[in-house]
Design a protein around this ligand. Sequence first.
Ligand code: UDX
Length: 458
Amino acid sequence: MRLSVIGCGYVGLVTGSCLAELGHSVVCFDNDAAKAQMLREGHMPIYEPHLEELFLRNRQEGRLSLATEAGEAVRNADAIFICVGTPPLENGDADLSAIDRVARLIATESRSPKLVVEKSTVPVRTGQELKRALAVYGRNSGARFRVASNPEFLREGTGVEDFLHPDRIVVGVEDAETERQLREIYQPVLDGKFNCPVHPAGCQVTTEPSFVVTTIASSELIKHASNSFLALKISYANALAALCERLGANVEEVTRAMGLDPRIGPHFLRAGLGFGGFCFPKDIQAFIRLAERVGVDFRLLKEAEAINNRQIDLFVEKVRHALWVIRDKRVALFGLAFKPYTDDVRFSPAIKLAQRLVAEGAHVHAYDPKAMEKARAVLSEVVYEADPYAAARQADALIVATEWPEFTNLDWEKIRAEMARPLLMDGRNLFNPKEIRALGFEYESVGRPDGDSVGLVS
Ligand code: UDX
């Protein structure tokens, strides 16, 4: 099928490259000329495992191309996937201006029927507005448009894997023809018939994804409802962590046992500095606003958001307690990305924490395996070190803010020797308290006051 993808961010690049890998002919377009040029030269603007290989190979084999002008991405496509950003406005609403711009572009450039698929995360009823916009902007084009919602459930860092091995593919449609077309697009995923780039030695994944067909409104809601529920789970674990600290219990032990109940499940119950990234914080806010607008006070979500914001305050308090005075202390910060295996620092708790420490007068020396370049653009007041040992040098405290597993493989005796005071403050419960204390560290983590439990990676 001839497909096009508009927007070459995380979602667009993963979607475009994976759709090409499934055998479709895909044209990608981004209106950021610098980004488009970078891609044309074969450079990825983001780090995402397997993406570069997939993108380059599919370009080379002729299934994936980059449009030089917007119309090229529209005219020849049977279906167009909208993957543009929907960042938060000041008031928390999703900014839909990029979607509106794309609607105008599609409507004015189309000369034949198109299926327009919203993949970007959008508030419920965007599909209706999109349909209206296409009709209004395209009134002179004569083209017929069908609209569908097909939310992405791609985690950064495992985006390619999530696309090719999803739990479910959700499509919100209004007619049987659209359902058929989307089923055809995803058939190789449903049948597991593609060369899996994630498991080149032989893919063992046997679970068949569910193909869920709903109305457009339900499909839009499923995305916001899923992300908000996951955010809720994290905040629940963080609220428990605060309680554990007061009561002498251990949050890892509590959540591990809770997670064994299949009704609860083990995932997204990790206490720490809270959730960040470009999805959860904005999606939860947009969902709260959406509910407000239709007269529903979704207080539960407001509380989840408040708990998340409080995690940074509580941690800064902990640092202050440990250091007494923060001003002029040298602090090593391990981790800047909002989670491991990504270079994304948008709404990263690690960045928020660094900003707070800098504001209080600390000298922050940071290290992250992938995110330093992106961090530099938003946080100029810290010193970026080429390796973790240099970051630890002469530090009065070392803070782990992102749970990169490779941090556990460092030579921690050497790090201790580099530090002015061997104080390790683990914002992600990455370490086994007993083991790290045995190396001579003073150790603090989140929700583990007695410090005797196992770490996340041990
Ligand atoms: C998320 C959704 O998982 C994905 O389905 C959606 O399409 C996009 O948003 P992503 O933003 O990549 O994906 O991040 P995710 O892996 O979900 O993690 C979000 C944040 O929660 C991270 O900052 C992570 O460190 C934090 N987190 C996660 C916790 O603090 N505790 C946990 O137990 C799990």
